[in-house]
Design a protein around this ligand. Structure first.
Ligand SMILES: *Cc1c(COP(=O)(O)O)cnc(C)c1O
Length: 409
């Protein structure tokens, strides 16, 4: 997710364009802005690229999730099913609308296990939220079937997966609503920003209103606007949208470089006995932002992550011990450490995550190593990296099997 790696003249030109116009806000000032509508243009570019009818830009990926839940009228006491392996923003958004985050296990796809989802469905369930972590997806077809059967909304947190696809549809466009983040570490960046995409006209109209205080954006210069609904301010600025406009023009190049670097690393690592890879569901195409693989055990994965780092192979994450991305370290959620009062519905409805059995998630995430794919590596650098990684991992796996043989012998 190399947003921070690649920007230059295109971004500068777009930003200067906004500064020259003097209008930093996406709405209003119709005369003064002299035809500069960066946010609108980026929305149109996203619609075209993602092949959807509507894109609504907002101020962050977290805002996108919050807006998506709100436009689907998800609120007080509703349950939203999401994976144990995600970013904290996914459950923050759920809590912010008064709903209850119901965490369930991930499988070898490193996102929602459809069997675990099915078990977690109750009469309060309103949304299934797969999170396409590290650029790849869950088994989306069975999740969609569950949504159809139980009349649920399929909301994709595609914040880390722009450009990936499933059964011919871009990630984010397969479900009822999809969310992207354009923060500084995502595949393309606005600095800060996000988007909701949908083919649902009603959701799209509500998102347009809700993200700007409920304004209906009818008429010129905001003079005659009505307020069909209550809203908030989740607007993106023209400066951020300008950066995004330059970035989206680079998306195909970014994806191609990621795929090249990913493929070089994977081809070398595939030779190692005892190593396996994250399962990509049939019909799925990753965006190649991370290479994810499994060591034979949790202990070995932890050792491998440390050894890779001391060997100078940076950007290989062991999410199991990470406090942003895995339920084990989410004490603030488990203990509902909210600044304000929490509704009884949430207090009573939130499962006791200190006690919930997530051994299936632990089995997969505990053995996983996730390597960030960067854009600025030269061919030689990727090849060198692949050699280093293979050598570290081979040694660890070999020492382990020698030790095991000794124990058995
Ligand atoms: C980054 C991210 C978000 C939130 O996006 P922000 O723009 O940082 O608010 C949500 N979900 C996932 C999976 C993310 O990686």
């Amino acid at each position: 997710m190399p947003g921070f790696e690649l920007f230059g003249d295109k971004e500068r030109a777009q930003v200067n364009d906004v500064l020259d116009s003097g209008v930093l806000m996406r709405y209003g000032f119709d005369g003064k802005r002299q035809g500069h509508w960066k946010a609108k243009e980026l929305e149109q570019a996203l619609e075209k690229r993602m092949q959807v009818n509507h894109a609504q830009l907002v101020s962050s990926g977290t805002a996108a999730l919050t807006v998506a839940l709100s436009v689907a009228k998800v609120g007080a006491g509703d349950e939203v099913i999401l994976p144990t392996f995600t970013f904290v923003a996914s459950f923050e958004a759920v809590l912010s609308v008064g709903a209850i985050p119901i965490l369930v296990d991930v499988d070898d796809t490193l996102t929602l296990d459809p069997a675990a989802v099915e078990k977690a469905i109750t009469e309060k369930t309103k949304v299934i939220m797969p999170v396409h972590m590290c650029g790849s997806m869950a088994d989306m077809a069975p999740l969609k079937a569950l949504c159809d059967k139980h009349h649920l909304i399929l909301l994709e947190d595609a914040c880390q997966a722009i450009g990936g696809s499933y059964q011919g549809k871009f990630l984010g466009s397969y479900g009822d609503l999809g969310c992207f983040s354009f923060d500084y570490v995502k595949t393309i960046t606005c600095g800060e920003g996000g988007a909701v995409i949908t083919n649902n006209e009603t959701y799209a109209m509500r998102a347009d209103h809700f993200s700007d205080h409920g304004h209906d954006h009818i008429g010129k210069d905001r003079g005659a606007e009505g307020h069909p609904i209550l809203g908030y301010n989740y607007r993106i600025s023209e400066l951020h949208a300008a950066v995004g406009l330059a970035q989206i023009s680079r998306l195909d190049d970014i994806l191609a470089i990621q795929k090249r670097n990913y493929t070089i690393l994977k081809t070398v690592l595939e030779e190692i006995d005892g190593l396996s890879f994250r399962r990509v569901p049939e019909g799925g195409v990753e965006n190649y932002s991370f290479l994810n693989f499994y060591l034979p055990s949790q202990t070995l994965a932890r050792i491998a992550a440390t050894k890779l780092s001391v060997t100078g192979v940076d950007g290989c994450f062991y999410w199991f011990d990470n406090n942003w991305h895995y339920y084990k370290k989410w004490e603030h959620l488990k203990d509902l450490k909210s600044l304000g009062p929490v509704s009884d519905q949430v207090k009573k409805g939130l499962p006791d995550y200190h006690k919930t059995d997530f051994s299936k998630s632990d089995h997969w995430v505990g053995r996983n190593i996730s390597c960030l794919i960067k854009l600025n590596w030269s061919l030689e650098e990727v090849e060198e990296r692949a050699r280093k990684m293979a050598s570290v991992i081979k040694t660890i796996v070999k020492d382990h099997s020698v030790a095991e043989t000794k124990v058995k012998g």
